[in-house]
Write a protein that binds this ligand. Structure first.
Ligand code: ADP
Ligand code: MG
Length: 141
């Protein structure tokens, strides 16, 4: 069964001009891009997206980072998309990420780690609907 996950190319990805390289890796790994847009989140929106982390010590900086520049949210589709995408991006901290993963190759710190990936199918559904309307998904389905 095909599954969908939400990826976000974070502001550091766009700043470093590696969006093309990262998208190539995503496509080469077998994901289809179902929907994609460019957004500049304000702090309120970034804070809302990451609200599960609101009590963590890194939350303030994370919100500032995610609202510091443009992001590219995209809906990816593939068999086992959620788990496979987490494998493709690697551990949160690039220092701990496996060789060959996107974060290992491009991330510069635990915060500035290039890309977001949903961590469960339920969160994928919630996160997809955070950025994309039903109409945008149906029309691209
Ligand atoms: P992941 O993105 O791998 O699912 P988390 O959900 O734990 O990681 O954290 C969300 C984001 O918050 C991370 O991708 C990273 O940008 C940032 N972050 C997480 N932990 C830290 C930390 N200890 N220090 C700084 N930033 C962090
Ligand atoms: Mg997470």
């Amino acid at each position: 069964m095909k599954e969908r996950t939400l990826a976000i190319l974070k502001p550091d990805c766009i700043e470093a001009k590696v969006t093309g390289k990262v998208i190539d890796e995503i496509l080469a790994a077998g994901f289809d891009i179902i929907a994609m847009k460019m957004v500049k989140m304000d702090a309120k929106t970034a804070g809302e997206f990451y609200r599960v982390h609101k009590d963590k010590p890194f939350y303030r900086d994370l919100v500032a980072f995610m609202s510091s520049g443009r992001c590219i949210p995209m809906v990816l589709e593939k068999e086992n998309a959620v788990e496979d995408f987490r494998k493709l991006i690697g551990a949160t901290d690039p220092a701990e990420a496996e060789e060959g993963t996107i974060r290992k190759k491009y991330a510069t710190s635990k915060q500035n780690n290039i890309v977001h990936g949903s961590d469960s199918p339920e969160n994928a559904r919630l996160e997809i609907s955070f950025f994309f309307s039903e109409a945008e998904l149906v029309q691209n389905g």
